[in-house]
Write a protein that binds this ligand. Structure first.
Ligand SMILES: Cc1ncc(COP(=O)(O)O)c(C=O)c1O
Length: 456
């Protein structure tokens, strides 16, 4: 029967593994069960944030503390943390320079809508690191993307945005569209959606240059928003020459290019953009950029600034639609300065790169040993195992490669062996403070879990 297996593993075996692992999880988490087993009182759906329900465990464990890449729960279990807050803690939990900066700022006022010396330093640091001359600070990557898209529309006088099928750029309305049978549709699952988002969006598959050329040829797209590597479901790498074509076509058609590095900042100190010589008009990075304190930045070229100035000169007075009052607060800028100056260093990335290489090789060896038709993919410090063959070419292939039941079995098995990986995808992040022995432990846990599922 076609549907009796997932990722090459019989469903019955997956179900047996999950049942055993759930029991083991419950045994190891009596205190957490008391606190979250029936939902946490006071919260809709029992959690303060709905993603806390998306983990593979039967109920969330309660975190006591986290240091470096080690997380401890109230039941006394310790985990090697390879999820790292889905990138928010990519550089480890409470990096000492960030903790010091937060402590220093904590008694001097947290937010006042005026610059500090940290803000002045951060302006210089952003220009040096990412190579764009104009910056703004926001609170989340979602916000930064929203404001950058608005700026792109204002600068070009065009209405539409082009996204790649299967993308995620935060909860940005324009990007909540998908391709179904070659047509753009509102992404299923959206609640309270009243606008037809497809009116303002074009959607094409990643790596599909002819479709991109056609979509941009109408010259009504203000901006292409893209991750340089698609990371939302299973990782999709750009094919050789794709980025060059994307840049050539956007320039040829007067379309701006926004590169969102919120996840791909795992590549190196200046993101995938600097490592691969991309030349975006607009650039966004959020989540880890202030070491875990909510903050994001969006930058742009002098040419975009000039066109934005021209649009502002034409607009009547009023709110621009960009910015929130807590954006660029003193606490966030203190944390961002510490992160940029002392945490996101070339030495830190060298460690991340080396151990992530080890991890990827270890996982690939287990995949081969157990004769699984899976593959392993890596972008700098970010490693993923994918329970299907590869490489994947686009968002449709990436979504089809997901094997949710099998992935849950793997995640829960790893968790019960002391290794925490990201719940949404099979992402494992190596931080500057991740230890060699944690990588070895994950390789061993993966081998044990994969071997059991393979029936070896
Ligand atoms: C590429 C990308 N951009 C933006 C975001 C949104 O970040 P936030 O949730 O901080 O708004 C995400 C979130 O995972 C992301 O993956």
């Amino acid at each position: 029967m076609a549907d009796a297996s997932a990722g090459g593993i019989p469903l019955a075996r997956i179900a047996a593994v999950v049942a055993a692992e759930r029991k083991e999880y419950a045994r190891k988490h009596p205190r957490s069960h008391q606190r979250t087993g029936n939902g946490i009182a006071g919260y809709y759906d029992g959690v303060p944030m709905h993603w806390m329900r998306d983990w593979p465990m039967p109920f969330p464990f309660v975190v006591e503390e986290a240091h470096g890449a080690v997380l401890r729960d109230v039941d006394g279990n310790e985990y090697a943390d390879f999820c790292l807050g889905d990138t928010g803690s990519m550089f480890g939990h409470s990096p000492p320079p960030v903790a010091e900066a937060i402590a220093r700022q904590a008694s001097r006022g947290l937010t006042y809508m005026l610059p500090t010396d940290d803000a002045i330093a951060v302006g210089r640091l952003l220009v040096e690191r990412f190579g764009l001359p104009q910056w703004q600070v926001a609170t989340t990557a979602t916000d930064a993307n929203r404001f950058a898209l608005r700026a792109a529309r204002a600068a070009t006088g065009r209405a539409k945005v082009l996204v790649f099928n299967g993308c995620y750029h935060g909860t940005v309305d324009e990007t909540f569209v998908r391709l179904v049978d070659g047509h753009a549709v509102n992404r299923p699952g959206l609640l309270g959606q009243v606008a037809d988002l497809t009116q303002l969006a074009r959607v094409v598959e990643f790596n599909d240059v002819p479709a991109l050329a056609e979509a941009l040829s109408h010259r009504d797209v203000a901006c292409v928003i893209a991750e340089p590597v698609m990371t939302n479901s299973c990782m999709v790498l750009p094919e050789p020459g794709f980025h060059a074509e994307l840049r050539r076509l956007t320039r040829e058609t007067g379309t701006l290019l926004l590169i969102d590095e919120t996840h791909t900042i795992s590549t190196g100190p200046g993101g995938y953009t600097r490592a691969h010589g991309l030349e975006p008009d607009l650039f966004v990075v959020g989540k880890p950029v202030a070491g875990g304190v909510p903050a994001s930045v969006w930058g742009f070229t002098d040419e975009v600034a000039r066109r934005l100035d021209a649009a502002r000169a034409q607009a009547p007075p009023g709110h621009s639609g960009m910015g929130t009052t807590l954006s660029a607060n003193a606490l966030a800028l203190a944390a961002m300065r510490a992160t940029l100056e002392r945490v996101m260093t070339p030495e830190a990335y060298a460690h991340m790169e080396r151990l992530a290489g080890r991890l990827a090789a270890g996982l690939q060896a287990s995949v081969s040993k157990h004769r699984l038709a899976w593959h392993v993919v890596r972008v700098g410090a970010r490693v993923e195992f994918i329970c299907a063959g590869g490489p994947l070419r686009n968002g449709t292939e990436a979504e089809a490669a997901h094997a949710p039941a099998l992935e849950r079995a793997m995640h829960l098995s790893l968790l019960n062996r002391g290794c925490l990986i990201a719940p949404f995808h099979n992402m494992m992040l190596v931080s500057p403070v991740t230890m060699e022995r944690q990588v070895e432990a994950l390789c061993q846990a993966f081998d044990a879990a994969a071997g059991r599922l393979a029936g070896d």
